[in-house]
Design a binder for this molecule. Structure first.
Ligand code: BG6
Length: 245
């Protein structure tokens, strides 16, 4: 028997936040694009026309491949390493700070919207007795949950601050999800992971979670990439999981 599109031995749902419950994945992507493009342009001496290949502008694909789902500083390091660029710690931190300033300005200006299908799924999950936690790499997780009006659903939260404080390895390592399962008092096999980032699907698979739901919000090759990464199922909205109930 399956409940809410999940095998019925699943008792805990571990949701990623940005792009799974709230429409903030694109807000992160746009803030990262501004911060990295500022860095790349400065590194090119302000000469946009004549810049060398490793200083070409940051693309959406760069975001999906090297930044999406990872803790802030891991995103900086992984992207710069992909271009073969080395920087000192102060420069890396300045890029990360620039991104966070742009992200917070956008939150302040536009607010946060929860996906209606995700809100329906949270209600259905709670009604069905499933226990709910959020596992996000973002240090702004609490603020985003509050702004979206979703805090009431969340029994435990592992976020970017937890990752720093407890020195957990970030996604694609499974550690943040394993910590979430531990806080909820279950083995990974009894928990489902819900992710929109390839790094997050990889984390769910690496942690041997009972079910890994990929949510493809971007199209293109994302769904295939999630399947290749080992997602149990890929949907475009959590609503689809309610269809059979
Ligand atoms: O910079 P923050 O808010 O701590 O977020 C870290 C990361 O959090 C993840 O949830 C996002 O997918 C990433 O894009 C983001 O970079």
């Amino acid at each position: 028997m399956w409940v809410l599109g999940l095998p019925d031995d699943i008792t805990v749902a571990l949701f990623d936040l940005d792009g799974v419950l709230t429409d903030t994945a694109s807000v992160h992507r746009i803030a990262w694009t501004a911060a990295f493009d500022d860095f790349l342009t400065e590194r090119a001496g302000g000469d946009i026309g004549g810049r060398t290949d490793e200083l070409r502008p940051f693309t959406d694909q760069d975001y999906f491949d090297y930044v999406d789902g990872r803790p802030r500083m891991d995103g900086v390091r992984t992207f710069l390493a992909s271009r073969g660029l080395t920087v000192d710690e102060a420069t890396a931190s300045a890029v990360a700070d620039g991104k966070n300033t742009a992200f917070l300005a956008s939150l302040e200006r536009d607010g946060v919207t929860a996906y209606p299908g995700s809100v329906r799924y949270l209600h259905a999950a709670r009604d069905a007795g499933l226990h709910i936690a959020v596992v996000t790499s973002s240090r702004n997780g609490e603020q985003v949950l509050e702004a979206a009006g979703l805090s009431e659903f969340v029994e435990r939260r592992v976020d970017g601050n937890t990752i720093v404080a407890e020195q957990l390895a970030g996604k694609p390592a499974p550690d943040s999800y394993l910590r979430g399962a531990e806080l909820m008092g279950v083995a990974p096999a009894a928990a489902a992971v819900f992710e929109d980032a390839i790094s997050g699907v990889e984390a769910g698979v690496a942690g041997r979670f009972g079910y890994v739901v990929g949510i493809d919000r971007v199209g293109g090759g994302q769904s295939d990439a999630m399947t290749t990464a080992g997602a149990s199922i890929v949907v475009t909205d959590l609503d689809e999981l309610l269809a059979g109930d």
